[in-house]
Each structure stands twice: as C-alpha cells, then as structure tokens.
Design a protein around this ligand. Structure first.
Ligand code: UD1
Ligand code: CA
Length: 461
C-alpha cells in the first residue's frame, strides 16, 4: 500500500440516450479515437495506478475496444447515479489508499496540464476533496457550486436547486479528487432522496464538510475544457475544438496547413517542419511525418513512418507502412500494411503494395500489385505488373534483385526469384526462377498474316 498513491476512476456506464446510437456513447470517435480514450490516456500520463473504468451500457463492447490498455474494469449493472457508479469501482480499489481522481468517459477536452494543476492544488491545500469547476455565462443543466468562507459547502443539482441557487454561475465539471478509502465509506452511506431518485456523487462534498473536513475547488481558465458530450452536435463541436488545438500546435511548430478546418490529425501524430498539408488529409494513429513533405488532398495515413521530402499525392491511402525519404507516392496509390519503401522510390497511380520491401530508387509507376515481395535497388516495374502471391491456400513470395527491369504486363507466379540485372520481356508470365543478367520471355511468338482482313471481307460479301 502506498500512502501517496494516485488512482483514477473513469465513469462510462451511462447509456448516452441522446446520441441515438447502437454504439455505446463513449465509443463514438473524436478525431480518430473513441471518446473514452482521452480520459483513459490522461490518467495513464498522470501515472494513475490503477485506472478503473466503470462500464455498464454496452460494457462488453467498450471493454473489447480497450483491450491491451493498463486498465481495470468495474461493472455497474444498473445505472443508479454517479455516486453508485463510483461505488461500483470499490472492489477494484480495495487495496488502494491515496488520492483518487474521478474522470468522466464523455469529457474529452480536459488538458493534461489542467489535471496536473488539479492534483497539485489538491495536495498543496491538504483538503479532503477538490472539485474542478467552471464559471459559465449559461450554467443551465449543471450542478451548482455552493461556497462559504471555508471553501466548498456542497453541490446542488439543477433539478434540486432553488431559484437563488440556480443563479450561481460556478458549475461542477464532474471531475474531482477524493481520498480513498474514505470516499467509499461515505458513498456506502448515501441516500437517493432527490429529484432524480439517484445516488449523487455530488452529495459526498456536503457530507465531508459536515464531518469537519475541508473541500476545495479549482476554477478552469478555459470553460471549454469541461464540455461533456451528450449528442452528436456536441460531438462535432468538441471534435472541432480538439482539431483546432492540434492544428494550432502543428502550425506553431512549422507545419503549413492550407485549410486547418479541413485537416484531421490525431493528437499523437508528429510532423516535421516545412511539411505542407492540403485540405481533406487525415493522419491517424502512431503516424510520424518527416520534414519538407507535401501531402496532397484526400490522403489518409494510418500508423505510418514517413521520411523527409516525401510527396504523398492526392487520394492515396497508406496503412502501417514505412516510406523512405525522397519518395513519391500516388495519386491514388494504396500502401497496405507491411510496405517498406527504402527511399527515393516512386509508387505511381493505382499501385497497390502489401508486405513488400521496395529497395532504394526502385519504381512502380502505374497500375501494379506488389504483394509478399522483396525488391532490390533500382528495380523498374512496368505498368500492369502483378505478383501472383496467392494460390488459393497459401501466400508465396516474389524476390526481384537489384536493377531488374520488368516489362509491362508481367505476372510473377510466386514463389519466384529474379536474379540481379535481368530483363523480363513485356507480357510475360514468369513461373520459374531467372538467373542474374538474363532475358526471360514467356509470350508466344507473334504471327502476322498480311492482307488477312481484306481477304476476309471479300469472302463475307
Ligand atoms: C453530473 C453531476 C453534475 C455536473 C455534471 C457535469 C451528479 C449527480 N451530477 O451530472 O453536478 O455538473 O455531471 O457534466 O453527479 N454515469 C455512470 N453511471 C450512472 C450515472 C452516470 O457511469 O449510474 C456516468 C455517465 O456515463 C457519465 C457520468 O457518469 O460519464 C456523468 O453522468 P451524467 O448522467 O451525464 O451526469 P449529469 O446528470 O450530467
Ligand atoms: Ca443524470
């Protein structure tokens, strides 16, 4: 047991009725990530251990989406209110003693530094609980903060508030730090005698005060951080705010965005200086783009490492691939998982690659499929070339060594190996290995019958 420990609980059991969706609310995506990713990630960055996600509606689906994260799950079978939701996390925290951060699965815009300030403030004040608040011009719908000279007195929900209390502009964001295990003792004694008949987490603060403890509040500088998402209208608003934050950071770091409102970049994507990004570009996941690149309209890149001075031309789709520096890709190229362009490559229009290493300076400029292949350096792949990698049961490899020239409309029936500096005649179906420095041809000799058309016409008339 660690007295100075920090753990987190993320509430995500609610139904999200207003989304009008078969998908659980917290799995709706915000800039490439399900909403619940953001609080879970923030808890991880703060070093919370453990982080417990309270699931209920669509719980199994939520759990499946978060496989592989360092998370514990607590099931709240019936949604009886926020107090009941936190109490559901108690079994997962019965070994824990320390500061307990409470986050909501549908509040994705909090900044990491805000949560760090909340924690620092809580610890420096030495209080029993700290609530994160915001001052809103239009506080309707939120719980209101009631204060006295000693700090926070309690929180009253809109539905339970008097007219005078409704006039309070300081609202509860629903984010707090409590002390565990004390919070659980209080939660188990809470009633649900209120307008909604729910167990309110907010009631805990007044109980702490009545027991002689102090409760503090930290007011947000930017109330937008507190935005909770209940509908798809708010989802789009929050996504726009998030994009704006990310895109401003990119521009300040030296990236040109032709139209920031139409540029979609995941928060963890890195982009080098002097890269230019055209409208309608999406950069997702663990993508890293180097310096001086140009990314043309409609390009989607997911989980790729892109070097410097690369041009990704319009409409190309790249997944889980590595693009070496000084390469040109597209327009309309599809680089599927496992593609490695070593550098100075040209992959042209309507070229598809998969599990393929393309050596330094090699080119496939038009209409080609390269799958399960290894290409050496300075290979030229002619238009319409296909690696026939699949026999209906197994995948086989095509190996093409350095400086091979492949004529147009060639099929490589794998497994097959082409030795260095060989030449494959256009229109060939290559089924056998070719040694180095050879010419391989498999087309049938051309037959030309002179004046055949004229003779045929005469016969037919
Ligand atoms: C809550 C607060 C309110 C605050 C507002 C901020 C209470 C009683 N009220 O109100 O003071 O201003 O958040 O957005 O806490 N959840 C569960 N299980 C439940 C109920 C809720 O997991 O049984 C989860 C929801 O999925 C959501 C979060 O808790 O992530 C908040 O619940 P919600 O019903 O949206 O709370 P509000 O009524 O908005
Ligand atoms: Ca509610």
């Amino acid at each position: 047991m660690n007295i100075k420990g920090l753990a987190a609980v993320v509430l995500a059991a609610g139904k999200g009725t207003r989304m009008k969706s078969a998908l659980p609310k917290v799995l709706h995506r915000l800039n490439g990530q399900p909403m619940v990713h953001y609080p879970v990630q923030q808890a991880a960055v703060l070093g919370c251990r453990p982080t417990v996600l309270v699931i209920g509606h669509g719980g199994e689906e939520v759990k499946a989406h978060l496989q592989g994260r360092e998370l514990e799950f607590a099931l709240q079978e019936q949604q009886l209110g926020t107090g009941h939701a936190l109490l559901s996390a108690q079994p997962a925290l019965n070994q824990f003693s320390g500061d307990l951060l409470l986050l909501c699965g549908d509040v994705p815009l909090l900044r990491q530094k805000t949560l760090q300030s909340l924690l620092d403030y809580h610890r420096s004040e030495g209080v029993a609980a700290t609530v994160l608040t915001a001052r809103l011009a239009e506080p309707k719908g939120y719980g209101r903060i009631l204060r006295d000279a000693d700090g926070v007195l309690g929180i009253v929900e809109e539905k339970d508030a008097t007219e005078k209390q409704k006039a309070v502009r300081e609202i509860n964001t629903g984010i707090y730090i409590f002390s565990a295990p004390r919070i659980f003792e209080i939660l188990s004694s809470l009633g649900c005698d209120n307008a909604q008949g729910e167990y309110y987490l907010t009631d805990v603060l007044a109980v702490l005060r009545s027991q002689g403890h102090r409760v503090a509040a930290l007011v947000l500088d930017d109330p937008a951080e507190a935005m909770g998402i209940n509908s798809r209208v708010q989802l789009a608003e929050a996504a726009a705010i998030m994009r704006q934050r990310i895109n401003e950071r990119l521009m300040l770091d030296g990236v040109t965005l032709i139209d920031p409102a139409a540029t979609y970049v995941d928060e963890q994507v890195e982009i080098g200086a002097d890269t230019i990004i055209h409208p309608g570009v999406s950069l997702w996941g663990m993508t890293r783009i180097g310096q001086g690149c140009v990314i043309e309209p409609g390009v989607t890149v997911t989980d790729c490492q892109v070097g410097d001075q690369v041009r990704l031309k319009a409409g190309s789709v790249l997944e889980d691939s590595r693009i070496g520096s000084h390469s040109d890709v597209g327009p309309m190229a599809h680089l599927r998982p496992g593609t490695v362009l070593v550098g100075h490559n040209k992959i042209g229009n309507f070229v598809e690659t998969k599990k393929a290493t393309i050596g330094e300076g090699s080119k496939a400029s038009h209409l080609t499929y390269i799958g399960d292949a290894e290409l050496g350096a300075r290979v030229n792949i002619g238009c319409g070339t296909i690696t026939c990698n699949y026999d209906g049961v197994n995948k086989h490899k095509t190996i093409i060594e350095d400086e091979v020239f492949v004529g147009s409309d060639t099929q490589f029936v794998a497994p097959v190996r082409i030795g260095r500096n060989s030449l494959i005649g256009a229109g060939s179906t290559i089924t056998k290995d070719v040694p180095a420095n050879s010419l391989a041809l498999s087309r049938s000799p051309q037959k030309t019958i002179e004046n055949w058309v004229l003779r045929k016409r005469k016969k037919d008339s």
